[in-house]
Write a protein that binds this ligand. Structure first.
Ligand code: NDP
Length: 290
């Protein structure tokens, strides 16, 4: 079994981006600038936004973080987005999801200027992705594609089961893997909570991408010998031995599945790292003077 090491791969890609940023600065070009908006105090969201901002600093990007109270009105949030949309210094905008219940995620996503949509959630970005046109591809699926490319994994003709059909992970992942690209060219099955024979489907799979949000859901008896396992899940489970009182686990029962598969992503240190890396790549792409 080989570990698909998101930390290692993302560090090497981030180092390349940092070099490009430094060359841009020397040439008097614009510094890439990412604006993040966090609404409310969800602990996981705070951690994600903090690591995105920290990564910006590490690679020489400018960053702006706007923290809004949980009871911020939808209009206030939309106005903040509109401000960033028209501010020429801001290249990329991200609004950390999930949002409080009284705010429509759809409205928020639709309000982001597609030219600054570095999360790739806007309908224009998703539409372009489906058509294979250049665009911002959602960070998590894009990060997974970058990881597969880094390890030179031959995915062509492979049977792939993607578990989970969210707009931000499962659905775009299934499309990217089925496209005529490298990596890609898989025969993809997109499974979800209404799928009846998940275990049988998984046992046929050369590649399993788990994006469910249920700790240790994919167990060794569901996995074919030699399969490639991509674990997107980030779940907090109680752990009294940790200072925080919890630890992070994926959607895959790592210890037992690792013994059977050819490649596997760890949690943490796998897909999460690649997600941030892909977001930074998108932000660099968003800079106008390229
Ligand atoms: P969602 O809750 O939006 O989607 C979960 C999907 O899993 C749904 O499509 C749901 O089906 C499906 N599902 C739920 N239960 C089952 C089941 N028993 N069998 C099969 N399918 C099931 O989650 P996200 O896509 O946003 O996130 C998934 C996981 O990935 C979470 O743990 C999240 O924290 C993590 N994540 C990690 C990221 C990273 O950077 N590593 C980035 C984004 C998310 P249905 O549609 O029928 O309800």
């Amino acid at each position: 079994m080989q570990l698909l090491d998101g930390k290692l791969v993302s560090e090497s890609i981030l180092a390349e981006i940092a070099e490009e940023v430094s060359a841009r600065k020397k040439a008097g070009k614009k510094t890439p600038h990412l604006a993040a908006i966090l609404v409310g105090g969800d602990p996981a969201s705070q951690t994600y936004v903090a690591s995105k901002v920290k990564t910006c600093e590490q690679i020489g990007f400018a960053s702006t973080l706007v923290r809004l109270e949980a009871d911020t009105s939808e209009d206030e949030l939309l106005n903040q987005i509109r401000f960033f949309n028209t501010n020429d210094d801001i290249d990329g905008i991200l609004v950390q999801l999930p949002l409080p219940k009284h705010i429509s995620e759809e409205k928020v996503i639709n309000t982001i200027n597609p030219e600054k949509d570095v999360d790739g959630f806007h309908p224009i970005s998703l539409g372009r992705m489906v058509l294979g046109q250049p665009t911002f591809i959602s960070a998590t699926p894009n990060g997974i594609m970058m990881m597969l490319a880094h390890y030179n994994i031959d995915t062509a003709g492979k049977n792939c089961v993607v578990i989970g059909r969210s707009n931000i992970v499962g659905t775009p992942m299934s499309i990217l893997l089925s496209r005529n690209t490298n990596p890609g060219n898989c025969t993809v099955t997109l499974a979800h909570s209404k799928t009846k024979n998940l275990k049988e489907l998984c046992l046929q799979a050369d590649i399993i991408v788990a994006a469910i949000g249920r700790p240790n859901y994919v167990t060794a008896d569901m996995v074919k010998e030699g399969a490639i396992i991509v674990d997107v899940g980030i779940n907090r489970i109680d752990d009294a031995s940790k200072k925080s009182g919890f630890r992070l686990v994926g959607d895959v029962d790592f210890a037992n599945v690792a013994e059977k598969c050819s490649y596997i992503t760890p949690v943490p240190g796998g897909v999460g790292k690649m997600t941030i890396c892909a977001l930074m790549k998108n932000t660099l792409l968003a800079v106008k003077d390229r």
